[in-house]
Design a protein around this ligand. Structure first.
Ligand SMILES: [Ca+2]
Ligand SMILES: [Ca+2]
Ligand SMILES: [Ca+2]
Ligand SMILES: [Ca+2]
Length: 276
């Protein structure tokens, strides 16, 4: 990559967690599951990452129940087969009334189920899935009839593109993914895929935590986050926040920013001194 501008653009794409450059057709990118306040609606959202301006045929987003005999039920299903990902590779599924503005490059898919009292994304044990399946994935279907943690009733032609989940510790709860997110207390309120990490079904690709108290808050409660939380600047300055409809990002540490500003100021001073 000789062109320095191309290299710069590529670096930014990686830094900002831009569109997919490699294999997976679509990934789960960010989840707000338990907004602050007593009722979760209408502030939950699901953000997906795909190939810019591409339709991914036969793709379904689904949440799978993890409790008791209901384990394996597809509680909430969105068929994405007709939706084009945004020019920035992002697609957000949210309430029609969430009221958060997103960049015009992001594809917005609204679903009134997010307005349901209490929201649509369960706060307990849950698995989030992206399937590719020529046979439809049907909301309300129990894909694990014998509750052994295997989805034996999935259509034979279904493929799992990505999955992630967590448990509230219920004795007989089940998860349908190996990408299990944890934190010191409780279940995550929200989770964010590390910018540039496009590994599907990988716990290491995510950081997560509780959110601060307001329903529209996008800030993580830094006392209750995952062990791998990428503290941008411990103790002060910007920290990673939820970015609904925007590329995930991690603030640069202040020391690095300070160094960059210092170099710019020094260069400008030297230019002035030399009269150029
Ligand atoms: Ca079941
Ligand atoms: Ca919820
Ligand atoms: Ca089973
Ligand atoms: Ca985001």
């Amino acid at each position: 990559m000789r062109n320095p501008f191309a290299r710069l653009a590529w670096s930014w794409a990686v830094l900002l967690g831009g569109a997919l450059s490699a294999a997976p057709a679509a990934l789960i990118n960010e989840l707000k599951v338990n907004p602050g306040g007593s009722s979760d609606n209408p502030f939950e959202f699901v953000e997906l990452l795909g190939i810019p301006n591409q339709i991914v045929p036969n793709v379904y987003f689904a949440t799978l129940e993890g409790d008791g005999t209901s384990a394996g039920v597809a509680d909430f299903v969105v068929r994405l087969g007709t939706f084009t990902f945004g020019g920035n590779g992002l697609l957000i599924i949210q309430s029609p009334t969430m009221g958060v503005s997103v960049p015009p490059q992001t594809r917005v898919v609204t679903d009134p189920l997010f307005d349901k009292d209490g929201g649509i994304l369960e706060n307990g044990t849950i698995t989030f899935m992206l399937f590719s399946s020529p046979t439809p994935i049907v909301e309300g279907t129990d894909y694990d009839r014998d509750n052994d943690g295997q989805l034996e009733l999935l259509p034979a032609d279904a493929q799992i593109l990505d999955s992630v989940g967590w448990t509230d510790g219920g004795t007989f709860d089940l998860l349908y993914t190996t990408a299990i997110l944890t934190q010191p207390v409780g279940t995550p309120d929200a989770a964010t895929r590390f910018p540039g990490n496009n590994t599907p079904t990988s716990a290491a690709a995510w950081f997560n935590g509780d959110l601060t108290s307001g329903p529209t808050d996008i800030t993580y409660d830094l006392a209750r986050v995952s062990a791998n939380f990428p503290f941008g600047n411990p103790g002060q300055g910007p920290q990673p926040v939820l970015t609904p409809g925007r590329p995930n990002s991690i603030p640069e540490p202040a020391t690095f920013l300070g160094a960059v500003i210092g170099v710019v100021v020094l260069a400008s001073y030297l230019r002035r001194r030399s009269g150029r």
